[in-house]
Ligand binder design. Structure first.
Ligand SMILES: Cc1ncc(COP(=O)(O)O)c(C=O)c1O
Length: 246
């Protein structure tokens, strides 16, 4: 099996789904795409030949940080295998979580539109900021895979990653200066969240493995929420104003 995520967590690399499908076919592999960051609203890997699509429903599908859950979609034969495995070994959703998630799906499209709009505006502002070394957002023309993102995604998604000038120390000052955004490893919530992947979600990796996954020590990931964009910009740009180490 070839198992990949696109956009990736936390570096927001975009993998070409048509190419991944062609590679999997040539090598007799099942292609399994983690579609958690894009959601089914922004990207439908099945259109590009993907046989299994996996989601952490804990993120944008719930959208309000309430329950944990997951979804596996795919061809009939493969899902029959997944069902057999789940039935015998127990990784099943509780009925309550399933109900919460099915209600959440009713608002997925409008929530994602707002997450994306806020994220686009934040990414554009960050790109102009003198304290920022690099901004990564799939729908910014400066993203190395902008064309691929445009081809396979409806919008750029709700996550923005960036590197602050001054590395870890500047990153720490930035995070400590935030007033509204929460500091957490979660993403896809109504409320905006800032994460420092090198010390939290990806802390268990060796420094070499982090470098191979483009996770620099100063990388910050923002899960852009549904708040008023002026409040988000006010908090993020205000905190950046405190990061100047010179
Ligand atoms: C892209 C992606 N896939 C899967 C997961 C795992 O999610 P869960 O903890 O709901 O299994 C995460 C968690 O951050 C993620 O970011």
């Amino acid at each position: 099996m070839l198992f990949l995520e696109t956009p990736t967590n936390p570096g927001l690399d975009v993998v070409d789904l048509s190419e991944a499908h062609a590679f999997a076919e040539r090598n007799g592999l099942i292609l399994n795409v983690d579609n958690c960051f894009a959601t089914p609203y922004l990207q439908q890997p099945a259109k590009f030949g993907t046989q299994i699509i996996t989601h952490s429903a804990t993120k944008f599908i719930d959208g309000q940080g309430r329950v944990m859950g997951g979804v596996v979609c795919g061809t009939k034969e493969l899902i029959a295998e997944v069902r057999k495995f789940c039935r015998s070994t127990g990784p099943s959703l509780s009925p309550f979580n399933a109900w919460v998630l099915s209600k959440s799906l009713e608002t997925l499209a409008i929530r994602m539109d707002r997450h994306c709009l806020n994220a686009e505006k934040l990414a554009a502002q960050l790109e102009k900021n003198a304290q920022i070394q690099q901004v990564i957002y799939p729908f910014l023309p400066s993203h190395p895979n902008f064309q691929v993102a445009k081809k396979q995604m409806k919008k750029g998604g709700g996550l923005v990653a960036f590197e602050i000038k001054g590395g870890v120390e500047a990153g720490r000052k930035f995070l400590d200066s935030l007033q509204m955004l929460s500091l957490s490893a979660n993403l896809g919530d109504t409320r905006s969240i800032a994460t420092h992947p090198a010390s939290t979600t990806h802390a268990k990796l060796t420094p070499e493995a982090r470098a191979a996954a483009s996770i620099t020590e100063g990388l910050i990931r923002i899960s852009v929420g549904l708040e008023d964009i002026d409040d988000i910009l006010g908090d993020v740009l205000g905190a950046l104003g405190n990061t100047d180490l010179s």
